[in-house]
Design a protein around this ligand. Structure first.
Ligand SMILES: Nc1ncnc2c1ncn2[C@@H]1O[C@H](COP(=O)(O)OP(=O)(O)OP(=O)(O)O)[C@@H](O)[C@H]1O
Ligand SMILES: [Mg+2]
Length: 271
């Protein structure tokens, strides 16, 4: 019942997966994800949680067009995905900043590559630089524009990565354990950075995380995946108003939600 509902879609559907499987090495190879149907609304923030190797990163590769579906169909913004999409920004666990570029020049990178910005970039460089400075200021990085990545802390590098992922106003943001390598305090600080950026421009977000508190704090909907080959075990709506505040993460309701998700993962792993 739930599955059909998820697969049904609607006028505000942005990402639609219909009975998708992902395999590496073709028939007889590794099946990472299987028979997955999912509908993500435009502007929705979803989190995907599940055991290591269940196909979470593969799901992001599928939606961004970096890896084709083995079976089934993937549509983004009503179009079948057949190759890498330019409308998405991405950020990963380890910051992938280019070490030979300054913070500002790392943030500018997508604008040099993605149209319609790329062809205007040369003639409007100062305008774009201002835009990047303003974005860095919103994440507390004013004054660090001319530093190189190795001169920044891990948390600052991740802030820079988030700015780079969002500078070209992507319709979709894909985050693969973006705070996995950070200490808990910095991580919680960055939850608010992400929430703030999302509330401002409302991209559709898929966040992959192992941190259930992070999933509940940030997402509208949390999907739990089974062990490999991954499938959706459950879809959980988070009924907490926005903006969420860190103190909300210590309320009985929040703790109950994370515990309920944890139990689902544990029973899914034992099944
Ligand atoms: N490029 C690849 N070639 C072959 N197999 C791969 C490739 N990428 C992933 N796999 C396999 O697909 C399965 C799912 O991998 P994936 O990276 O999607 O898992 P994950 O859920 O992101 O795990 P983790 O939580 O550890 O990051 C794993 O068994 C993995 O070994
Ligand atoms: Mg992964």
């Amino acid at each position: 019942m739930e599955r059909n509902l998820i697969a049904a879609g609607g006028p505000d559907t942005f990402v639609q997966l219909d009975d998708v499987s992902i395999a590496y090495g073709g028939e007889g190879g590794t099946l990472a994800l299987t028979e997955t149907s999912m509908t993500i609304r435009e502007g929705e923030f979803i989190a995907v949680v599940g055991p290591s190797g269940c196909g979470k990163s593969s799901l992001l590769k599928l939606v961004s067009g970096l890896h084709p579906a083995f079976r089934g169909s993937v549509k983004v913004a009503g179009q079948e995905v057949t190759g890498p999409l330019k409308i998405c920004g991405m950020a990963f666990q380890n910051s992938t900043l280019l070490p030979w570029r300054t913070t500002l020049d790392n943030v500018l990178l997508p604008l040099e590559i993605v149209e319609p910005h790329a062809s205007r970039f040369g003639a409007h460089k100062s305008e774009y630089r201002e835009q990047a400075r303003a974005m860095l200021a919103t994440v507390g990085l004013s004054g660090f524009e001319d530093k190189y990545p190795w001169q920044l802390s891990g948390g600052m590098q991740q802030r820079t990565s988030l700015c780079r992922a969002l500078i070209h106003s992507p319709h979709m943001l894909l985050l693969d354990e973006p705070f996995g390598a950070l200490d808990p305090f910095t991580r919680e600080e960055l939850w608010d950075v992400v929430q703030g950026l999302w509330l401002k421009s409302r991209p559709t977000v898929i966040l992959v995380t192992h941190d259930l508190r992070e999933a509940v704090y940030l997402a509208d909907t949390v999907y739990i995946f089974s062990p490999r080959p991954g499938r959706i075990l459950s879809r959980n709506e988070v009924d907490m108003p926005r903006p969420r505040r860190l103190k909300d993460a210590y309320t009985p309701h929040f703790i109950e939600m994370t515990q309920a998700l944890r139990e689902q993962i544990v029973s899914g792993t034992q099944a």
